[in-house]
Design a protein around this ligand. Structure first.
Ligand code: 6PG
Length: 256
């Protein structure tokens, strides 16, 4: 059961579920619906997944009945919104988390799983290689951005999303599809989709759960626009839908 508010235009839809488990169910239902719509309209479903811990519950649902049977996995092209600069077997790898919780259970053709090769010590080359993959799979002309059917995003407690962190130069990127910003807070480089790539999507869904996200969810949705300090505010798909999938704990301060 979820309470949904949605406004016209750029106003995001906000769907609130009782708890993290109900949120994962809501996200799974929407994933199935998005896949069905994309495959019906264009013969494939292009989706960029987020990392971190929130998506794990969703991935486990999608990897099992009833959701697993509701998706034509042979028609998916899977991407990531960002990746840590570690090998794919590293416990920090978003790819590894996805493989353990989803990819090992569903029949997506290996050639349609587009991993970010983030272990390349030449981080700019890693970003450029992923951009080349995007141009190939989306058959992009110069200057075009990929129009993902769905991009999942998480939210850090300080407002980062994907690997767009407060104060990051990647927030000002308007030309490149993928960037390799240094993240001071993490003392490491990350590979991330850029704001124009995210905002070219048909739909972007934020998934956030837990009381620890309540303050930042309120700030992102209610405070004055300041994407440099609150990077998740930069997400505003020009010709697409923006949806916030929250549990009650993460939404608890929206009324303040
Ligand atoms: C990553 C993610 C990142 C994540 C947020 C929320 O690589 O870490 O892409 O943007 O979504 O940090 O993480 P949690 O879901 O673990 O709170």
């Amino acid at each position: 059961m979820s309470m949904t508010t949605s406004g016209a235009g750029a106003t995001p839809e906000i769907a609130i579920s009782r708890d993290a488990a109900a949120l994962a169910e809501e996200a799974a239902r929407r994933f199935v619906a998005a896949a069905e719509a994309a495959i019906g309209a264009r013969g494939r479903f292009t989706v960029a997944l987020s990392g971190g811990s929130t998506p794990k519950a969703l991935f486990r649902l999608l990897a099992a009945a009833p959701y697993k049977e509701q998706i034509d996995w042979s028609k998916l092209h899977l991407f990531w919104g960002d990746e840590r600069t570690v090998p794919p077997g590293d416990e920090q790898s978003n790819y590894r988390m996805t493989r353990e919780n989803l990819l090992s259970q569903v029949p997506i053709p290996e050639g349609q799983i587009h991993r970010i090769v983030a272990e390349n010590p030449d981080h700019e080359a890693a970003a450029d290689a992923y951009a080349t993959t995007l141009r190939q799979i989306f058959a992009l002309a110069a200057g075009e951005f990929p129009r993902f059917d769905l991009i999942h995003l998480g939210l850090g407690t300080e407002g980062h999303t994907a690997s767009l962190f407060p104060g990051s130069p990647a927030l000002a990127e308007r030309e490149r599809l993928v960037a390799a910003p240094w993240v001071e807070k993490l003392d490491s480089f990350r590979i991330t989709l850029t704001p124009p790539t995210i905002n070219a999507a048909r739909e972007v869904q934020f998934l956030a759960a837990g009381a620890e996200k309540a303050d930042i969810v309120r700030a992102i949705l209610r405070d004055a626009k300041d994407p440099t300090e609150l990077p998740a505010q930069i997400v505003a798909p020009e010709g697409g839908r923006l949806t916030w999938l929250l549990d009650e704990a993460a939404a608890a301060k929206l009324g303040e």
